[in-house]
Write a protein that binds this ligand. Sequence first.
Ligand code: ATP
Ligand code: MG
Length: 362
Amino acid sequence: MSKIILTGDRPTGKLHVGHYVGSLKGRVKLQNSGAFDEIFIMIADAQALTDNADNPEKVRQNIIEVALDYLACGLDPAKSTLFIQSQVPELTELAFYYMNLVTVSRLQRNPTVKSEIQMRNFEASIPVGFFTYPISQASDITAFKATTVPVGEDQLPMLEQTKEIVRRFNSIYGDTLIEPEILLPDNKACLRLPGIDGKAKMSKSLGNCIYLSEDPEEMRKKIMSMYTDPNHLKVSDPGQVEGNTVFTYLDAFCTDEHFQKYLPEYANLDELKAHYTRGGLGDVKVKKFLNSVLQEELEPIRARRKEYEKDIAYVYQILKEGSEKARAKAAQTLDEVKAAMKINYFDDMELINAQIEKYSDK
Ligand code: ATP
Ligand code: MG
């Protein structure tokens, strides 16, 4: 069986370091490993519209931002198909058929959708499209016959929903769809990177992000203002590293080599944490170290982005070609789905002949 990746991001803003450690960095690694037959990376504009119906301009403007961030991180259009969701209408058609395989109560149980509804203050006025986006995600994944979906932890319920749809579809209509596996980052801190305000998730919609394209000075300021341990007031106070965002980011980003380079009095993060915990280590020193680590990681990404920014027409061309390629693949799956459901009437000579027969002696 072919090994195929499908993943993507909503064009609701520039991509941030949470996306990077949660999914993007891993994607680039998988792309360059050569272990996959096909890789599809989707800019999920149709999904972004489910909670931005009144602001399509935001989505429209951010498509290029996400594409630039992709290319900046090292996604290579020669190896990965980059495409725009709305340009593949077959995905919407698939979702319409999958809707019949899912109950309203099942959708209501989705913990990610639940917390997103709360976050967006939708409560009594949830757009139907937003409510059903896990089904739309199932069609995105299955349309490409994806075997592997590298995403952050918040996507676990979507993968569960997709698997249920696949099983139900296959059991009713015969083996057609592929059950995908989620691929989470190995590093626990990367599963759901908190925001700089200490909130559970760095998220474009919460405005608590460090963007991949962040200007170096702006990033330094954000890091220096980050949430730490609110009880660690004096340098001499013992501090807490659990739930301390600066340490979570170090868990996500730093290596022993970073210590040799920027903070040689410690061999590794465990030593730094031990010092912080027993007291005598100030937040400023730790934040400055984090700044050095992040600046080093983001510098090549910023530089590559600047190169692509010089040729925006080329970036749109990449997306156009990617969308055409993606569409051909999704159309093939849709044909198979319709054949399995026996709603491919004009190709179904058995059906047509049987009807001819039925009416021939009347
Ligand atoms: P929005 O607020 O519009 O939903 P978002 O910041 O949550 O935006 P998405 O486009 O929904 O970003 O998510 C894209 C991918 O990035 C998904 O795979 C998601 O799991 C991952 N991701 C998003 N935020 C984080 C985070 N803070 N830590 C780890 N992974 C993340
Ligand atoms: Mg999200």
